[in-house]
Design a binder for this molecule. Structure first.
Ligand SMILES: Nc1ncnc2c1ncn2[C@@H]1O[C@H](COP(=O)(O)OP(=O)(O)O)[C@@H](O)[C@H]1O
Ligand SMILES: [Mg+2]
Length: 216
């Protein structure tokens, strides 16, 4: 087991009232595989990903990575873990428009001393060679998101956090992006958040969220 959470809680204070985005969640995630987190809008899915990846400090509870509590690390140490051991894919691809698709991925790989050959192999492996020399403005939304997936994989992270990566795409393109992401399941953990159950058909395990809690 790599990533785990115990009694994880994220509360917001609104005047005298307290509302919970994440409420007392304890989970243990496998080292490899495809784990889905499904729930309606506002159920706390993004908040849970922010906590698990150390982007937000919990109000209560803790997240452990290899038995080290993220809460006890400095912000720099958490940032280093996110940079080197985690990969992220969001609803929007956030590519740099003045760089080609390949250069966008190289920016991430270079930071980790990735080699040209590795980035080429990644593009080939994901069957997106034909997109490599194009600029983001000349790619469709689905193609841009495929590049964002390649970028998240370029440094061979242990965990990929994907927050609604298909929400801006039609069903066919959404499924294609999921296929690419799911191909990572042998190498590491894919933790994918979505409100769309059809995107989780191949998941090994699905957590269902409701009002900040995992529903059993
Ligand atoms: N900064 C904030 N202040 C107050 N409430 C927030 C804040 N951010 C999120 N929330 C609330 O937390 C709940 C969960 O939000 P979120 O994690 O974004 O859900 P999801 O990703 O499932 O749509 C929602 O009710 C939302 O309104
Ligand atoms: Mg969300």
């Amino acid at each position: 087991m790599k990533l785990s959470a115990s009694h994880l809680t994220l509360a917001y204070r609104e005047g005298d009232a307290v509302s919970y985005a994440v409420h007392d969640i304890s989970i243990q995630l496998p080292e490899r595989g495809f784990v889905g987190i499904m729930g309606p809008s506002g159920s706390g899915k993004s908040s849970l990903l922010y906590l698990l990846s150390g982007l937000k400090p919990p109000t209560e509870g803790e997240v452990s990575l290899d038995y080290v509590s993220l809460t006890r690390l400095s912000e720099q140490e958490r940032a280093k873990i996110r940079r080197e051991r985690f990969g992220f894919v969001f609803q929007q691809p956030f590519l740099l428009n003045h760089l080609t698709a390949r250069e966008n991925v190289m920016v991430s790989a270079l930071r980790h001393k990735g080699l040209d050959a590795e980035v080429n192999a990644l593009f080939t492996g994901l069957s997106i060679d034909h997109l490599a020399s194009r600029f983001p403005t000349h790619l469709s939304g689905g193609e841009r998101q495929r590049i964002a997936v390649a970028r998240a994989m370029a440094h061979q992270p242990e965990i990929i956090f994907a927050d609604e990566p298909t929400a801006a795409l039609d069903h066919t393109n959404g499924r294609a992006v999921i296929e690419l992401l799911a191909s990572y399941r042998e190498r590491g953990l894919l933790l994918l958040v979505t409100h769309d159950p059809t995107m989780l058909e191949e998941a090994d395990f699905i957590y269902k969220m409701e009002d900040g809690r995992i529903r059993e």
